[in-house]
Design a protein around this ligand. Sequence first.
Ligand SMILES: [Zn+2]
Length: 381
Amino acid sequence: MTETTRLLRDLVALPSVNPMRADIPADISFEHRVTDYLEQFFRTLGVPYERQPVAPKRENIVARLNLLGAKRTLMLEAHQDTVPVDGMIVEPFGAKIEGNKLYGRGSCDIKGGMSAMLGCFARLVREKPKGCCNVIMACSVDEECTMLGVIELAKRTKADFAVVAEPTNLNIVHAHKGVVRWNLTTTGRSCHSSAPEQGVNAIYRMGKVLVGLEQYAAHLRATIRDPLLGPASISAGLIEGGVSVNTVPDRCKIAIDRRLVSGEMPDEASGHLLTYLKEKAGIDFPFELTSPSIRMPALSGKGSEEIQKLLGAAIDAERGSHTVHSVPYGTDAATLAFAGIPSVVFGPGDIAKAHTIDEWVPLDEVEMASNILFRLACSLG
Ligand SMILES: [Zn+2]
């Protein structure tokens, strides 16, 4: 068994389910088992590392290879968490190998990619090849829910380039939309429904907000468009309000998902929406918009041309060809790019197998990804 396969088997066997819902059992939730394993791995390699606290039981772990004379620094980034294991038809933490496939939760997204990076990193540490750049191996937390790990990582860690692991079938992803999510609440005054005129109905108020939101969605589609990523968008996905049919409701809440294109600032999107609702949609009663539960800018594809070219050359040298394309899903690369680190997304496995009930990753692609990243590091010094 190769070192990368062994790493992958060990990592899949360690549960690190993102506690994105309240009912995730304690013995499989949070990333700390993986973080402890990685700490042991970096200690054995003899490289400096730090744990970056993000939330209770949740720490990024970041190791460094510093080489005398190296001018540039490459960050290899992979997230430690996985999605939950509901309905899986393979043993989620069994890490079973059958032929070229290793099965289990996180095998494809993204412990396969992480193992490729760790295998490459260990080889660079041992061999210190001529012309190699400095390397930061960064393992973040909470990618699958609110992306808090990479925000902390971007604040504390600087690099000249980053490769972010996600399953891309060994192709390069250079662009994707961003996302911001908020809750919007209308309030009113409750009373008995037999005399509704004595109260203020928060659901009626929300109805007016929703009409405005639908107009705003059309306005966004018509006015904010990216040649690569398409239009900006907004959607209301959840609604709740009221306590009983015979009570005029005093609260109604919706959850809003806003997709951003290149150049849109996550923190400015709420102001843009509020101005529209008040000035164009005529909402003249108070309502409340929470601070965002997730805040990820778009990955524009601009500024990362050099790393696209060098990674592309490394891929071609290993397997002949590659594509560079945008994707509909979001990644940690956007936050790193927003912090000034030119970033691309790359990894073994197919995104179509991520989060599935029989998740698996092809072992030969994991191995090849490791070799490609090794070549890349050797071409960056
Ligand atoms: Zn992922």
